[in-house]
Design a protein around this ligand. Structure first.
Ligand code: C2E
Ligand code: CA
Ligand code: CA
Length: 699
């Protein structure tokens, strides 16, 4: 402010009332103007003159004064003025931009005191003038930055609010009110403020604050979920509390952020990396994490942790024959059954394929694992319905226990896996506990796997042949080709020891193709000059049907060996037919149109629905040897079953073959039922090609 008063006015002059007034004006940076209606005298104090840009001696009139009000404010100020006069107000207060003579603009506030004559006309006006330019600039900057802040908050979905404990008053940024779905003039009390938190979460939020106040905590963070008609929103609040000297909360300043999207992304990310999308079960990563956690807890509390590994038996068959979507459906249902039998605090995970795993965090007795496992096994007793068909799927389970079997997660899983493999070897559908010799077996399996890879190249596979006879005539009608592995160290390895591994690894496809070629060569060799040709049966794995190569493989094997199709029989499993799928039927139809016979192997063990039989080009049913073994018997239902299978075959016009015939009684019984063809140790064990040939020639 320019020095309007000489220093001596303040210091030297005696303190008369005028001087005091001037000193006050100077100190407070105000000026005043007085106008008298009767005399039309206008007095403008030096401070007011300076504010208005006039020298001490410049002549000033009322018109002058009015012309100083800038165009932007003129009509408002004039309006205020004339309203005041019309209604006899004694004060008028206005802020306006004043246009000074030198062209500069100054923000002024004028407060006028008006006095009236008894008849109501203006007698005298005194106007106090105050230069507001500096404050105005500050306020303008403030409101600009506030507006900017609001905009930023709006863009970021970020709001803030404040609660003043002394005044019991809240203040909100506009974005906060939008976020909270409240009107812009919302002025809640404490109660209403708390009701912002949805009722189901209010108690813990209130507790959080109560605890913070008690402990004089300054920073609080919490998340609240709002469920509204148009969806769910997650709001994250960070609050800062300041306290007065007595330790009472004085002010609370809080930011609120809408993190709904963030949470959705985070959830998606989390579930993608930790859950199996198909079954919604934890995946391997989460499983290992939970297992580790359980092991840490258990070591603290001296508890035992059990791990079960499960594998669905014959899942590959179903997947290969019914298709992947049926397979997926089956996996989902299996997961559901596991959820039903296990406790909430057990972790069930899908490790991949048809492999599931369970963490049992607190196992009291080792035997508890067995009872849990048998609950799981019974849960799989009921058939599953996939693709509109009932299928029976059992499960094999291996278990290992911490700390007795293993010290860490890795080892525990390895040992459970060894036990699982053992369970599968024991004929599936059972539970096996880990034991130390299983480790040796598991490593043996690995060795075997790599050796099996080489078996084909090194020509270590061979086919043995088991004769089939016609019961009525006693004639040799054919043979089944059965694979053997002539291992350089182990000697002749039977198929139960390597076929499952070959199926697991997919090696069965090239191995099966090799068997077809070898059997065709043998059949052609034997039948070339024979008037009474033998039919040679080759086993096919369901996996050979996947990939679409089978018909070609068969055709090539036949033509390379000059083998006639009617000399070849193909044994397939019942599960393959479960499919209503056209692909499998198409393949079988092509094969059968070539003139090849199709037989269903191990009939009676698989699936309940028999109606599908009529839909496939199948000519032979091979009754499973498990039923034959029980014959003749008046206990159990083997007889009933065999009778039923025979009459089913007869009614569908299919030939019947009984396999595993070991005794004369069995043969007689079968002949009585009308089952024509038999195969079994009673008539001949599988022998080498050479032995078979010699035997054929001799008979
Ligand atoms: P499978 O197809 O049911 O073959 C019949 C099995 O029963 C043979 O076992 C045979 O030796 C055995 N057997 C025959 N007569 C009797 C008997 O009177 N009593 C008893 N107890 N058993 C008898 P093998 O040769 O050990 O074959 C086992 C399984 O391995 C076969 O069962 C078949 O599923 C599979 N397999 C064998 N060769 C091949 C092949 O080339 N390809 C495929 N995919 N699987 C094969
Ligand atoms: Ca067979
Ligand atoms: Ca069989």
């Amino acid at each position: 402010m320019p020095a309007l008063v000489q220093r001596d006015v303040l210091t030297a002059a005696p303190p008369g009332s005028d001087d005091c007034l001037r000193a006050a004006q100077h100190l407070m940076e105000v000026g005043f103007i007085r106008w008298n209606a009767a005399s039309d005298a206008l007095h403008v104090s030096p401070e007011a003159r300076a504010m208005l840009g006039h020298g001490l001696d410049d002549e000033m009139t009322v018109a002058h004064l009015l012309s100083l009000v800038g165009a932007a404010d003129a009509s408002r100020v004039h309006g205020l003025w004339s309203d005041a006069l019309a209604q006899g107000h004694t004060t008028v207060d206005a802020e306006f931009a004043a246009l000074l003579r030198d062209g500069s603009v100054r923000r002024l506030r004028g407060v006028a005191l008006l006095e009236y004559t008894p008849d109501g006309s203006l007698a005298q006006g005194t106007i106090g003038l105050q230069d507001m330019s500096a404050q105005h600039t500050v306020l303008q900057a403030l409101s600009d930055s506030e507006a900017r802040l609001e905009e930023i908050q709006e863009i970021a979905h970020f709001g803030c609010w404040e609660w003043d404990y002394t005044r019991q008053q809240a203040r909100f940024a506009a974005e906060t009110l939008r976020m909270l779905r409240r009107p812009m003039d919302w002025a809640p009390g404490m109660q209403e403020l708390m009701e912002l938190v949805p009722e189901d979460q209010r108690n813990w939020v209130v507790d959080l604050y109560v605890k913070a106040f008690a402990e004089k905590v300054e920073n609080l963070r919490y998340e609240v979920r709002h469920v509204e008609d148009d969806g769910t929103r997650d709001l994250h609040t960070v609050a800062r509390i300041s306290y007065d000297a007595q330790g009472h909360p004085k002010r609370l300043l809080a930011t609120v952020q809408d993190i709904t999207e963030l949470k959705t992304y985070r959830r998606q990310l989390h579930s993608l990396s930790f859950f199996d999308p198909l079954t919604e079960l934890p995946n391997r990563a989460l499983f290992v994490d939970r297992l580790n956690q359980a092991l840490i807890d258990a070591s603290w509390h001296h508890q035992q942790v059990g791990t079960l590994l499960l594998d669905l038996d014959r899942f590959k068959d179903i997947n290969d024959s019914l298709g992947h979507s049926a397979g997926d459906d089956l996996l989902k249902q299996a997961a559901q059954r596991l959820r039903q039998v296990l406790r909430d605090y057990d972790t069930i995970a899908r490790l991949g394929g048809d492999e599931f795993a369970v963490v049992l965090p607190d196992v009291r007795h080792a035997t508890d694992m067995g009872s849990i496992a048998s609950k799981v096994i019974s849960a799989f007793k009921m058939p599953f319905t996939v693709s509109g068909q009932e299928v029976f799927v059992t499960t094999s389970i291996g278990g290992a226990l911490y700390p007795s079997d293993a010290q860490d997660a890795n080892q525990l899983l390895q040992h459970a896996d060894a036990a699982l493999y053992h369970a599968k070897g024991k004929g599936r559908n059972n539970f096996q506990f880990y034991s130390s010799d299983l480790t040796a077996q598991a490593s043996a399996r690995l060795t075997m796997e790599s050796e099996l890879h080489k078996a084909l190249e090194r020509d270590e596979l061979e086919l043995h042949y088991q004769p089939k006879f016609d019961l009525a005539s006693g004639r040799l009608v054919g043979a089944e080709a059965l694979m053997r592995w002539n291992h350089p160290e182990r000697g002749l390895v039977p198929p139960v020891q390597f076929i499952p591994l070959a199926e697991d690894t997919g090696l069965i496809v090239p191995m099966g193709a090799w068997a077809l070629r070898a059997a065709c060569v043998a059949a052609a060799d034997w039948n070339r000059r024979s008037s009474d040709p033998l039919k040679i049966a080759v086993n096919l794995s369901a996996r050979q049907f996947a990939g679409g190569e089978l018909v070609n493989t068969v055709r090539e094997a036949l033509s390379a060996a000059h083998c006639q199709p009617q000399w070849l029989e193909l044994e397939i499993t019942e599960s393959l037919l479960l499919d209503g799928r056209d692909e499998i039927r198409g393949v079988l139809e092509e094969l059968s149109q070539l003139g090849i016979t199709i037989a269903i192997d191990d009939f009676g063990t698989g699936y309940s629905a028999l109606s599908y039989l009529t839909r496939f080009p199948v000519q032979i049913l091979k009754i499973d040897r498990a039923f034959i073994k029980e014959l003749p018997s008046h206990q159990g239902n083997a007889e009933q079953l065999v009778k039923a299978i025979v009459s089913l075959g007869q009614s569908l016009n299919m030939a019947l073959v009984a396999e595993g015939v070991e005794t004369k009684e069995q043969a007689d019984y079968l002949s009585g039922l009308g089952c024509e063809v038999v195969q079994g140790f009673l008539f001949g064990k599988p022998v080498t090609q050479l032995a078979f040939e010699q035997w054929v020639h001799a008979s």
